[in-house]
Design a protein around this ligand. Sequence first.
Ligand code: SIN
Length: 272
Amino acid sequence: MHVQPLKGSFGADISGVDLKDPSTHKAVVDLFHLHGAIVVRGQELEPEHQLAFTRAFGTPELNQGSVFTYPGHEEILVISNRVVDGKVLGNLDAGIGWHTDSSYLEEPVMCTMLYAMEVPAVGSDTLLADLCAAYNDLPEERRKELDPLVIHHSFRALREMQGADPATIKPIPDVMHPMIRKHPVDGRKALWVSTGTVRGIVGMENPKGLNLIEELVAHATQDKYVYAHKWKVGDVLVWDNRCTLHTGTNFDREKYIRHVHRTWVKGDRPFN
Ligand code: SIN
């Protein structure tokens, strides 16, 4: 197994491993917990192999009710613009805009895994922001001010912003989570902000609260904290939602096909 950083001290770029072999999983998962994200190159995985690797991280989260799950496997979400018999095979808009997956749940998903089977020659990079570096670089006084803050997360806020009919919005209760999140493995702290599914900061009037979140997201997503993953077929990318923000990016959908399988792993309640 060969390992090098993805960017600075962030992430691990892993090659020389065949994830079809379960005996490789533990070493890869250990690297993931310490580095915020991993890329494992050159894989040829069937859905069962991706699921076995996903289980090495924990319990897979189901995509209940999605019409784009892989047949027979509610754990796998198909992200694709491939059309077969006039029907698009996957969810096209999974994840444009800086966010951390399902932060609106009491127990947001711990990690997200994407396995690429077909990728555009240009575009569709996945961007990951290192929220621990973003936190560590803040002046000490600023860190002290932010340490006790709590963010109001809301699935409904996102659906309202998207103009959804209120009667059709899934009844997921709003939830409050610390802005500064401690990583359960080694206690490192992350500036755990997000966009889209946030209503503000507990005890702070808007627009002040939302403006502060926006300012901190802008801080955390500066180029110096962002790794841009340029996809190759066979890449497996796993990021840690406890300490990263991510966003998908666009590509020319008339010209290229992007076909990716996504799995999620259940997580814990964030703490500070
Ligand atoms: C996601 O946010 O889950 C997907 C991002 C991507 O497709 O690059």
